[in-house]
Design a protein around this ligand. Sequence first.
Ligand code: UDP
Ligand code: MG
Length: 310
Amino acid sequence: MKKKISIILPVYNEERAIASIYKAIIVVISGMPEYLYEVIFVNDGSVDNSWNEIKKLSQKDKYVKGISFGRNFGHQIALKAGYDSSSGDAVISMDSDLQHPPQLILKMIKKWEKGFEVVYVEQIKRRDGVFKRVPSLLYYRLLNYVSQITIPKNVGDFRLLDRKVVLFIKSIKTKSLYLRGLVPWSGFSSTSICAEYSDRVSGKSSYTYWKMFKLAFDGITALSLFPLKLAAIVGAFVVFTGIILLLIILIDFIFYNSWYPLFKWLATVTYIFVGVLFILLWILGEYVGKIYEETKNYPQYVVVEKTNLE
Ligand code: UDP
Ligand code: MG
């Protein structure tokens, strides 16, 4: 039986790009008749004509499918909706602004056919300005440092996932979704191909600094409880310096007969207790973190392969 490739494209105000991305994808797909295909557009609450464009395409080509949200739920959730309604043996996600060159689809499929369950496309020459590049570099450093997994750098949401990985993604119900972390978290075998991304065909990036910040924050909080542990560091510092301070005035008082007014003693002790409060806050945070981990409802583990088992 022919294998099926699903291509999912989140769309947010891309009316001028939809027809071109579809054409570019069809050119590639017509070169690989050994596969079935479906192209799923997810309209993430666009306020322009995007949804009509999608519907027009779907009337001409029954393999073009569309989902439309009534408001903007965000890129990651749009991708999730695409994964949820995909039925391919491999699912490729890409931007609908033509930044992710469709010509790479074939290369990705070849890697997948070799047995890789995840194929990333690593961007070799980043076109974004320094204000996007530098924070991104620092961010991934931090993310890799505070989380237990390695997140490939310069990899956006242009990737191929095997059905097995898609089934795992489908099982995840968290609202602050961070697919770039979830995919490596699952532990499926992965590889990447290097390529240059293109410029946007039209319009401008809808990733405002605010949206990027939100994504970054979702990434950190999805993958690590590190922010909760900051209180421990502050607490330890304050208690440590407070005790040294107390020791200094104690020695001064006992051995050198210095006199300190009551408020100075109080200030020192209060300072130490502020540190203690921070430590208690950290302990509280650890419990909150545990509750958070449980409510995320991730599976405890992900099985990649089995032998002699159904
Ligand atoms: N997108 C979306 N919802 C959003 C923002 C973006 O579905 O809230 C889509 C957008 O149409 C595009 C992809 O996600 O297909 C990537 O967005 P964009 O090109 O704005 O980001 P950049 O490439 O600049 O990181
Ligand atoms: Mg883009």
